[in-house]
Design a protein around this ligand. Structure first.
Ligand code: SF4
Length: 680
């Protein structure tokens, strides 16, 4: 029987109990945030909260979430972007919180973790073996084949030890290709009742546990599937809390992106096997050959028109896949498990091929300015070799989807250390589909930024609050912009860049995290500095990223250079990290199909495509990268941006306003002196 609001302790009392139990001290930002989350849950008004590192934001949302779950008997969903945060919540914060609040609320709150079916080991697939998989080119590589064999062997050994079957608990991990041998998609799953392993199934056990829990921790991808694709995979809920919300749009876009390759179609041919008449399968085989031929001929990149030959091949593919699906027919209760499995596996792939062909064909129906999907052809690299080309289709934006299916369905609280760009929530709010006012956000007393909910009654109501950070950025950190350097060119890093980097790393005595806009630049800088300096320089890709980060954290003199995952994933408090260097403003590549199409769409509506898309993307990443510097109260150091455009270009002001409020200098000797003093 749920307790009522009157019989439960107040939010403040619960927060104080929780903070004391974890040995912390009450922080003003944390209290402000907890109260704002509590208010949002009670009023149903969506909330965006920017909370800097060190605010204690997880307790600030978990405590009101638990209180709501206990009071109403309803589940609250908490979604994260990274496994690291998921682990922190499930292994550390939630167990401590549950114990701490037990006496106050009369029972221990329960929690569970839930991911997509693909994340769990499938006992049935383990028993019967994997069907024919699309060949993505990796199997031409003998090293990939032997690695696959080793990984699959490890997976079989692990299957007898694991209690959860959760892929993320397998350390070190295995390749996606190996994991596919032991997992199934939701469409391939036989269903609990039909499957001989249904009662022991890891995915089913996780779902059942989630259905009983007060709080369910999940990831943005599953949240997107639940909200956007119409499969109800999460337990019924009326409140969702999205941590690492700066990642939401990218994760939702990934879920809504589809691809088509010749390998997928030939794998579907094999999956159909002898289940249907040969002449029907032959048509699919011809489609596969047609796709291979035309994908090899077409230039890679964004497609603004549908070439006639591609249209022909996609039409044939669509019709052939449809004929195979019809011939396979519906599930029959008289079918044995083996036949049902073979049918499901074939249908799952055929539907994907059919639906993607239809989507690409329809993507070009509207005039360019009205199109909702972006289509492009590209080849990923694997082990330095290009994979066969894939045709991809992604939504131009996900604002409409989020507005209707997420904000329209439940109270949503979005939080991250980086939600305001250029001092306002507007850029991200627009991407989420929330209405924005046509005025800059007001800075309220102290650090809080309050935006009154807009008057539009049809639009989702929301408010934004910046609860600041417990760190004094202007005293603990310096932003150095190397204004004297030439703007970065297209032909790699220049000698003046290396001289600048060498001087900074030398002054800092190592302790440098180098954030580069490409792996090529990271490697080039690592090679050059190894020649010039004696400090150990690690470079991403030389070992697993987590191991490299551990080595970097353990030894103060060590430097770590790398690219995208380091921009967001490094949490190294203390003196091992006193200098963050950024080689160039991380704009999307000009040939990025999605970013360039989004930019063009904004321009077609009369907006500034560069500012809305490219500068926003860069601002978010820069803020995340700069956020690596101060991770605890005692941390001090320098963020050095070696791209003079941050000081000289028109958009530089917007980018600088998106960074934490460090003390800023353009003076090389000042920054070297400060680093040397920290190093002494
Ligand atoms: S129920 Fe589905 S996921 Fe579970 S073991 Fe059976 S086929 Fe695999």
């Amino acid at each position: 029987m749920p307790r009522t609001a009157d019989t439960l302790p107040s939010l403040r009392e619960l927060l104080t109990t929780a903070v004391e139990a974890v040995g912390g001290t009450e922080r003003p930002g944390q209290v402000t945030m907890a109260e704002a989350v509590h208010k949002s849950i009670r009023t149903g008004e969506h909330l965006a909260v920017q909370a800097g590192t060190g605010t204690g934001k997880s307790l600030a949302y978990l405590v009101p979430a638990v209180r709501h779950a206990i009071e109403t008997g309803r589940t609250v969903v908490v979604s994260t972007a990274t496994i690291a945060l998921q682990r922190q919540l499930v292994d550390r914060d939630l167990p401590r919180l549950a114990k701490a609040l037990k006496a106050s609320i009369g029972r221990e709150p329960t929690f569970a973790i839930l991911k997509g079916r693909r994340n769990y080991l499938c006992l049935h697939r383990l028993d019967t073996g994997a069907p024919e998989e699309p060949d993505d080119g990796g199997l031409f590589d003998p090293f990939a084949v032997s690695a696959l064999g080793r990984h699959v062997k490890r997976l079989f050994e692990w299957s007898s030890e694991t209690e959860t079957g959760d892929r993320d608990e397998l350390v070190p991990g295995v390749t996606d290709q190996a994991w596919r041998q032991v997992s199934v998609s939701a469409k391939e799953c036989l269903g609990k009742d039909k499957c001989p392993f249904g009662t022991d199934c890891f995915a089913e056990l996780a779902r059942a546990e989630a259905g009983r829990a007060d709080l369910v921790v999940t990831n943005h991808a599953l949240l997107a599937i639940d909200a956007l694709q119409g499969y109800q995979v999460l337990p019924e809920h009326d409140v969702v809390i999205i941590d690492e919300a700066h990642e939401l749009v990218d994760r939702v876009t990934s879920v809504a992106t589809a691809e088509l390759t010749a390998g997928m179609v030939s794998a579907a041919v094999k999956r159909c096997g002898r289940q249907i008449a040969e002449d029907i399968v032959d048509r699919l085989e011809e489609a596969s050959e047609g796709i291979k031929e035309i994908f090899d001929d077409l230039p890679q990149g964004r497609l603004d028109d549908l070439p006639r030959a591609l249209q022909g091949v996609l039409t044939v593919t669509r019709d052939a896949a449809h004929s195979c699906i019809t011939a396979l027919g519906p599930d029959r209760s008289s079918q044995d498990v083996e036949s049902t499995t073979a049918r499901r596996q074939a249908i799952a792939l055929l539907e994907e091929i059919h639906d993607t062909s239809v989507r690409v064909l329809e993507a070009f129906d509207a005039d360019t300015g009205q199109r909702r999907d972006v289509v492009w052809l590209s080849s990923d690299m694997i082990g330095g070799n290009p994979r066969p080309p894939a045709l991809r289709v992604a939504p131009l934006g996900v604002a409409g989807l989020l507005r209707e299916r997420l904000f329209g369905e439940c109270t949503t609280i979005l939080t991250s250390a980086t939600l305001t760009l250029g001092g306002s929530f507007d850029a991200l709010a627009r991407q989420w589909g929330l209405p924005v006012e046509q005025r800059p956000a007001q800075k309220a007393e102290g650090t809080a930024t309050d935006i009154a909910p807009p008057a539009d009654n049809d639009a989702p109501h929301w408010s934004g609050i910046d609860v600041g950070s417990p760190f004094t950025h202007e005293k603990s950190g310096i932003l150095y912009v190397a204004r004297h350097l030439p703007p970065p060119g297209r032909d790699g890093l220049q000698p003046a860049f290396f001289d600048e980097l060498e001087g900074l790393v030398n002054a800092a005595g190592g302790r440098t995290l180098g954030l580069f806009s490409s792996m090529r630049a990271a490697r080039q800088a690592a090679d050059e500095l190894r020649e010039r300096l004696d400090f150990p320089i690690l470079c991403q890709g030389e070992d697993s990223t987590s191991l490299l980060v551990s080595k970097f954290a353990e030894d103060e003199a060590t430097c770590l250079f790398g690219t995208l995952s380091l921009w967001q994933g490094v949490d190294v408090p203390g003196s091992s990290l006193q200098l963050v260097v950024v080689d160039r403003i991380p704009f999307p590549r000009p040939d990025d199909p999605l970013a360039s199409a989004r930019q063009r769409a904004v321009e077609a509506r009369g907006g500034n495509g560069f500012l809305t898309v490219a500068a926003t993307h860069a601002a978010l990443l820069l803020a995340q990268g700069a956020g690596r510097l101060l991770r605890s109260n005692d941390d001090k150091g320098v963020v050095a941006i070696l791209d003079s455009r941050l000081a000289t270009a028109r958009y530089g002001g917007f980018l600088r306003a998106s960074l934490p409020p460090f003390w800023t200098t353009y003076d090389q000797s000042v920054v070297r002196g400060a680093l040397a003093r920290l190093n002494s």
